[in-house]
Design a protein around this ligand. Structure first.
Ligand code: PMP
Length: 280
């Protein structure tokens, strides 16, 4: 079951107008919220980022946090699986095609899919990534549904047999096409600071919190392309992929080509943290 504009219905019954501004202009924002044991993970943080994205495109939030919470509870209950990935999407609504903002209600769409754990092989051996020039706009902090650059960038990785594209802007690492990136150099965990050039990842925050709580030496600072290539470890973080070791970069091994100690430690801490969330 999905939620569309105030109603729950089977996805086959869901229809939107071809004039929806999401369809015509990509004029909207979205969120992806992981659900473990029927409980949304870090919901307040996701709703806070949603508000930031809505503010960024000057669209009024159609619901209060309490209302979002209730809607999510309902969608989770109406869908199968203890672990789910809730996708929430708001556009500027349906109007005659004109760039200027219309005075129409937004379109609100929520769906939920089973959240499957990553293949064991990816955890054991790590995954491959490639690098590409970050050619997106400079409001990457907005979780915009206009994902064409991300789609094209991700496909470069898929075409190369890799699973993620790591983006470089002006010689510095920004993020992945759909993830944030951490590296380890001289045993220090490093990640770029939040800015308009990257999405403020919820998993990025959790990873930094886990590093701090476990006294893992870490630093949030700009990372050059050269530092990325000579890193001991490289990792990606995202709500659906959690924490993953990148062990091949542009067809070269990262470190010794195996998931490293910092990855193993953070991955374990993340699983423990999730378990605490499920019991809470
Ligand atoms: N950057 C981009 C461009 C993304 O699409 C995502 C995934 N939504 C992330 C980073 C990771 O964010 P999160 O940890 O909140 O899933």
């Amino acid at each position: 079951m999905i939620f569309l504009n105030g109603h729950f219905m089977p996805i086959e019954k869901a229809c939107i107008s071809v004039l929806d501004r999401g369809f015509i202009f990509g004029d909207g924002v979205y969120e992806v919220i992981p659900v473990y044991s029927h409980k949304p993970f870090r919901l307040m943080e996701h709703l806070h980022r949603l508000q930031h994205s809505l503010d960024g495109i000057r669209l009024k939030n159609p619901y209060t946090n309490k209302e979002w919470h209730d809607l999510l509870e309902q969608i989770i209950a109406k869908n199968k699986g203890e672990d789910q990935s809730v996708y929430l999407h708001i556009t500027r609504g349906v109007a005659k095609r004109d760039h200027a903002f219309p005075d129409t209600p937004p379109t609100v769409f929520i769906m939920s899919n089973p959240l499957l754990p990553p293949p064991q092989e990816w955890l054991t051996n790590g995954v491959a990534a490639i690098t590409a020039s970050d050619n997106r706009w400079i409001r990457c902090d907005i979780k915009s549904i206009s994902l064409l650059p991300n789609v094209l960038l991700r496909q470069i990785a898929v075409d190369a047999g890799a699973i993620e594209t790591i983006l470089i802007r002006d010689g510095f690492l920004t993020e992945g096409s759909a993830s944030n990136i951490f590296v380890v150099r001289d045993q220090v965990l490093l990640t770029p600071p939040k800015s308009h050039l990257m999405l403020p990842g919820i998993t990025y925050d959790v990873t930094l919190e886990l590093a701090a709580a476990s006294n893992t030496i870490h630093e949030v600072r700009e990372i050059t392309e050269n530092e990325l290539f000579s890193a001991e470890e490289v990792m990606l973080t995202s709500s659906t992929r959690e924490i993953m070791a990148i062990t091949r970069l542009n067809d070269q091994s990262v470190g010794n080509g195996k998931p490293g100690p910092k990855f193993r430690q953070l991955h374990q801490l993340y699983q423990q943290y999730k378990a605490t969330h499920m019991r809470a």
